[in-house]
Design a protein. Structure first.
Length: 641
C-alpha cells in the first residue's frame, strides 16, 4: 500500500500493535525534550520510576519558560533539573540559551526520528521531517526511562500546497488561514502532513512555524517532507550527516485532503481570544498599544532579520511598546554580528533574553484594555497577564510594521519585499549546553524547599458519589484549568500552592467548592483541555479530590494526563445529558470498575434529579488497567513487579 510519511516513520518505530486507525500502538522513542515549567515533574516522576539507564538516543532538558526568577523558586527548579540531567545523562540547556523548540530545530532534530516533548509545541521539529509529539510529563518520563510511547494510531490529513506566497505573506499567514478553515478542533485525531509543489517554496523555519501551530489545531503532530531545503539548513548548522531524504509515496492514501493555493493567501490575524478566530489584517485597522515579537512560532533568524529590516531607520510609534525576544542565543548573536540588533535598538525596541517570555505571561503584561499584537501562537483570555487585554496573533512582518505605524497594518503597504539571505554557517555556541557524559547514578537530586511531592492517585472505587462542583463550556483550555503567569509559574513544583488558582478563569472559589464537597466531578463541553501539555491541569484537580471529568469530547494530551493521574475521563453519549446536568447535582457513578472492564459504558444516577444517564470511556485496555490502579505510576510499579 502507498504510504504517507507519517505511516513510514510509525512503521519504522513500531514496537507493538497494528497500524490501524484508532488502535493503540507502542512506538520507540528516539529523542525527548523537556522544558522547565513541566520539567521538574518529569524528573520527579523519572526518579520515582527508579530506572537503570536512559533509553533514548538523545534527551535534552531546556530552561526557557521560568526565567524571571523573582524569588528562589525558579532558580531552585533549574538547579533540580540540572542535577537530574547530570544523573540521567541528559543534555542541559542553561537559561538564556533559548526556546526549546527553536534550539532543538537548530541543534538536534533529525528527519525520520521520533521525539516526544513535555510541551505541546514539540511538533515544531515536524518542520524537519521528524515525528515530533507533545505529551504530558509522565509520558515523557516513561519515554526517557523506558524508550517508548503509547498512542492511538492517528488519521493522516494531507494539506496539499500549490502556488507561491505573494510578497509580505508569510508562513504564519498560512497556518492562521488553516486555523480559520479547520478551527481549534479540526486537527483532533490527525497528523497533518504537508505535500505538494508549494512545500518547496517554504524555508525550513517557515515549515517549523506551520508545524508549531498545528498544536492549535489539536493535531497529534504535523510533518513536512525532508528535502534539499532540509539538507541546506542542516549544512548551514554544520550537521550535514543528520540529513536523510524523506517523503510520502506518490499517491499515498490519506484520510482527508485539503488543497491550498498559497498565491491566494493574504496577511491574516487571529482576533481575541482564540487562535481560530481569523480575519484578514486589512479588515482590522485599529490602534494598538503593544507589539511582542518572538516565541517558538516566530523567532527564527529569518523572521527577526526581516523585522530588523522593517525597523531600520524608523521609529517605534510613541504609543506602542515593542518587545523582541530572539528564539535562541545563536540568533541573538547573529543579530548582533550583522548589525540587525543595532537597527532594532535604534528604532526603540525593548530587547528581551532568548526565552518564552511574554508568550507565557512571564513579564510584559500589557496595560488595562490593551490591544496587544503578538507573533505568538495562543491568544487565550488572560494568558498575557492582563485579563481585559485583547491579543491579536500575526506574522512578524505585520507586527513590525504595526509597531511603527501604531495601528494594525497590512505589511503589503510597505512596498518592495525584503529578501533575507541565510549565512553560510549559522552561529552555534555550545557554551550554554552542559553534557553529562554517561549516567551518574550516585548524583544527589538537589531539591529546594519549593519542590513538593506530586500527588498520587488511588485505586478506583467501584461506586463514586460526588457533586458536580463546576460545569464549563466548549474549548476550555489548560490555561483555564490551571492558569500560568509570572505569579504562578514559580510554583510549578508546588501543587498545593497552585491549587489555590485552579479554574481561576471560570470561578473564584473552585478550591473552596472541592473542600466543602470533599472533592467532586467536573462537567465540560467539546475539546476540553485544549492547549498546553501541562499535567498540572490534571495533577491539581487530583490533589483537590476530583474523581471524574465528564465532557462532550477531550483534547488528546489532556485526556492522557487525566488517565496518567488516575482521574476518570468520561464522555457524554447524548448532547442532551450535558444540558441536563447542573452544578451541585449529586451524581452516583454505578459499578464503575466492572463497567469499565466489561463495556466501557458507565451508568450515572443523578441523585438530585432522579434520572439515570449513560456515559462512555474511550481508551485501550491498558488505559482501563491504569485507571483501575489509580494512575500510571501505580500501574508501572505493579506491572514491573
Ligand atoms: C504553553 O505554550 O502553554 C506552554 C507554557 O509552553 C505549555 C507548557 C506548560 O504549560 O508549561 C505547553 O504548550 O505545553
Ligand atoms: Fe514557550 Fe510560548 Fe512556545 Fe509555549 S508557546 S513553548 S510558552 S514560546
Amino acid at each position: 500500500m502507498k504510504k504517507s510519511l507519517t505511516y513510514k516513520i510509525l512503521k519504522n518505530h513500531l514496537l507493538e500493535g497494528d497500524l490501524i486507525v484508532g488502535n493503540e500502538i507502542k512506538i520507540k522513542i528516539d529523542q525527548t525534550l523537556t522544558q522547565d515549567s513541566t520539567g521538574t515533574m518529569v524528573y520527579l516522576q523519572l526518579d520515582a520510576m527508579d530506572i537503570e539507564k536512559r533509553q533514548t538516543e538523545l534527551s535534552v532538558a531546556y530552561i526557557d519558560h521560568n526565567t524571571i526568577q523573582s524569588g528562589f523558586e525558579n532558580a531552585d527548579d533549574h538547579e533540580f533539573i540540572k542535577s537530574a540531567a547530570l544523573k540521567y545523562d541528559i543534555i542541559y540547556s542553561k537559561p538564556g540559551n533559548g526556546i526549546c523548540h527553536q534550539l532543538h530545530l537548530e541543534r538536534f532534530s533529525k528527519p525520520g526520528k521520533t521525539l516526544i516533548g513535555s510541551d505541546s509545541h514539540t511538533p515544531t521539529s515536524g518542520g524537519m521531517g521528524m515525528l515530533a509529539i507533545g505529551a504530558g510529563g509522565l509520558d515523557v518520563a516513561v519515554g526517557i526511562g523506558k524508550g517508548f510511547y503509547y498512542l492511538k494510531v492517528p488519521k493522516v490529513m494531507n494539506v496539499k500546497l500549490s502556488g507561491l506566497l505573494n510578497p509580505w505573506v508569510s508562513a504564519k499567514d498560512v497556518i492562521l488561514y488553516i486555523l480559520g478553515e479547520l478551527t481549534v478542533k479540526g486537527g483532533v485525531g490527525y497528523v497533518i502532513e504537508y505535500t505538494g509543489e508549494g512545500v518547496k517554496s517554504l524555508s525550513l523555519t517557515d515549515r517549523a512555524t506551520i508545524t508549531n501551530m498545528g498544536a492549535e489545531l489539536g493535531a497529534t503532530t504535523s510533518i513536512f517532507p525532508s528535502d534539499e531545503l532540509t539538507e541546506d539548513f542542516l549544512i548551514r548548522q554544520g550537521r550535514k550527516e543528520d540529513y536523510t531524504e524523506l517523503k510520502a509515496d506518490e499517491d499515498a492514501i490519506y484520510d482527508k485532503t485539503i488543497e491550498i493555493d498559497l498565491s491566494k493567501l493574504e496577511p491574516m490575524v487571529a482576533l481575541p481570544h482564540s487562535p481560530d478566530n481569523i480575519d484578514s489584517v486589512k479588515n482590522n485597522k485599529m490602534k494598538i498599544d503593544q507589539v511582542a515579537i518572538g516565541s517558538c512560532t516566530n523567532s527564527s533568524y529569518t523572521d527577526l532579520m526581516r523585522v530588523a529590516a522593517i525597523l531600520k531607520g524608523k521609529k517605534v510609534h510613541p504609543d506602542v511598546s515593542l518587545v523582541i525576544s530572539p528564539g535562541s542565543s545563536n540568533i541573538l548573536k547573529m543579530l548582533a554580528n550583522t548589525g540587525a540588533l543595532s537597527d532594532m535598538i535604534s528604532a526603540g525596541a525593548r530587547i528581551l533574553e532568548s526565552a518564552c517570555g511574554p508568550c507565557i505571561g512571564m513579564g510584559q503584561a500589557p496595560k488595562t484594555n490593551a490591544v496587544s499584537v503578538r507573533t505568538f501562537n495562543r491568544n487565550f483570555k488572560g494568558r498575557c497577564g492582563t485579563t481585559n487585554a485583547g491579543v491579536y496573533l500575526v506574522s512578524p512582518e505585520t507586527a513590525a510594521i504595526s509597531a511603527i505605524t501604531g495601528y494594525l497594518t497590512d505589511p503589503r503597504d510597505i512596498g518592495n519585499p525584503i529578501d533575507i539571505l541565510l549565512p553560510d554557517q549559522f552561529e552555534y555556541n555550545d557554551n550554554y549546553f552542559l553534557y553529562s557524559k554517561g549516567e551518574n547514578k550516585e548524583t544527589e537530586l538537589i531539591m529546594g524547599p519549593n519542590i513538593k511531592p506530586f500527588p498520587l492517585g488511588t485505586e478506583l472505587e467501584n461506586s463514586i458519589v460526588k457533586k458536580v462542583v463546576l460545569k464549563v463550556k466548549d474549548n476550555i483550555t489548560t490555561d483555564d484549568i490551571m492558569p500560568s503567569n509570572a505569579k504562578l509559574l514559580p510554583f510549578r513544583s508546588n501543587i498545593p500552592k497552585l491549587s489555590e488558582d485552579c479554574f481561576a478563569t471560570q470561578c473564584d472559589d473552585f478550591k473552596q467548592r472541592t473542600i466543602l464537597n470533599n472533592g467532586g466531578i467536573v462537567i465540560g463541553g467539546d475539546n476540553y483541555g485544549q492547549g498546553s501539555s501541562r499535567e498540572h491541569a490534571a495533577l491539581v484537580p487530583l490533589y483537590l479530590g476530583i474523581k471524574a471529568v465528564i465532557v462532550k469530547s477531550f483534547a488528546r494530551i489532556h485526556k492522557a494526563n487525566l488517565i496518567n493521574a488516575g482521574i476518570l475521563p468520561l464522555e457524554f453519549i447524548s448532547e442532551n445529558d450535558y444540558l441536563q446536568l447542573e452544578e451541585n447535582d449529586e451524581l452516583e457513578l454505578i459499578d464503575v470498575r466492572n463497567s469499565l472492564i466489561n463495556s466501557h459504558f458507565i451508568e450515572i444516577l443523578n441523585k438530585t434529579k432522579g434520572k439515570i444517564i449513560k456515559v462512555k470511556f474511550e481508551g485501550s485496555d491498558r488505559d482501563v488497567d491504569t485507571l483501575l490502579m489509580g494512575g500510571t505510576i501505580n500501574y508501572l510499579k505493579k506491572v514491573q513487579k
